[in-house]
Design a binder for this molecule. Structure first.
Ligand SMILES: NC(=O)c1ccc[n+]([C@@H]2O[C@H](COP(=O)([O-])OP(=O)(O)OC[C@H]3O[C@@H](n4cnc5c(N)ncnc54)[C@H](O)[C@@H]3O)[C@@H](O)[C@H]2O)c1
Length: 270
């Protein structure tokens, strides 16, 4: 039997990026813990597939086509949430991509677009969700950052890294503003976790997998399902005194010095 602190029965969660990867797994995890879920994604067929999987375990799920870089679309999704569920207990702020390029060459408009997508999209999701949670006097927001917002990945990641760093700091600011009014705001900071885009990049780039694995002391990349534990913990009353944190889900990546190695590391040991 699961511990009651981790239960989400009777709660409503909104998850962006719910068509695939960690957003999909987070939404399924919330439903498995008892929540009904609203599923946002630009990929509507993908979100509909997640909804069918959630309904098959007996929870309600509503898929919604929404581009989180568009403020109006986010607001419309919240209006639908108000009509369909009338409350929000948990927000999983997952969706959003960033492309990059050499800092000396990338057009500033592309950097602005990455910010629009990752920073302003996540902020508006938090603002809309936070307003409703403050009225209720309770809620939990889980933002997605990245190890790329903690230290530098190089390889043209500057716009992504700047944005994810902003997401981590936004989490601290919101948690400070809202904690005494019952709303917790935390951030998950993943290292490399398998998804379709990563598979393509690894297949196309000689040695990239060894670069990744040499930085992750578990000796492997993460699987999207591994988001369920940290997400259910942060969403539920199990983490009632936890707010403002950036929780690495990184197989030990951030603990490892850039010059360090671990047993089995692809880098030269000794
Ligand atoms: N996978 C990793 O290695 C990794 C590491 C650190 C951080 N992250 C971050 O975690 C989040 C999820 O990553 P993932 O691996 O699950 O990705 P994924 O590619 O498997 O899934 C992302 C989902 O978000 C949707 N999406 C993309 N842009 C959107 C938009 N503007 N509006 C609405 N939906 C949109 C996609 O359609 C897709 O369903 C991303 O923000 C990513 O930057 C991922």
């Amino acid at each position: 039997m699961s511990h009651p602190l981790f239960k989400l029965d009777g709660r409503v969660a909104m998850v962006s990026g719910a068509a695939s990867g960690m957003g999909r797994q987070m939404a399924i995890g919330f439903a498995e813990s008892g929540a009904d879920v609203m599923l946002l994604d630009i990929n509507l067929p993908g979100a509909e597939k997640t909804a069918r999987d959630i309904e098959s375990i007996g929870r309600r799920a509503i898929p919604v086509e929404c581009d989180v870089s568009e403020v109006d679309q986010i607001r419309r999704a919240y209006e639908l949430l108000d009509r369909e569920f009338g409350r929000i207990d948990v927000l999983g702020n997952v969706a959003g991509e960033g492309h990059g390029g050499a800092p000396e060459k990338i057009p500033v408009e592309e950097v602005q677009q990455v910010f629009q997508n990752l920073v302003f999209g996540r902020f508006v999701m938090c603002q809309e969700g936070g307003r409703r949670m403050l009225e209720q006097g309770k809620g939990s927001i889980i933002n997605f950052g990245s190890i790329g917002g903690w230290n530098s990945l190089g390889r043209g990641h500057m716009p992504y890294g700047m944005s994810m760093s902003a997401v981590i700091q936004m989490t601290r600011e919101l948690s400070t503003e809202w904690a005494s009014r019952g709303v917790r705001v935390n951030c998950i900071v993943p290292a490399q976790v398998w998804n379709d885009g990563l598979r393509e990049r690894v297949a196309a780039t000689d040695g990239l997998i060894n670069t990744f694995v040499s930085g992750i002391p578990t000796g492997r990349l993460g699987e999207p399902e591994e988001i369920k534990g940290p997400a259910i913990f942060l969403a539920s009353d199990a983490s009632s005194f936890v707010t403002g944190i950036a929780l690495p889900m990184d197989g030990g990546n951030l603990a490892l010095n850039a010059g360090g190695t671990y047993p089995g590391s692809p880098r030269v040991s000794g």
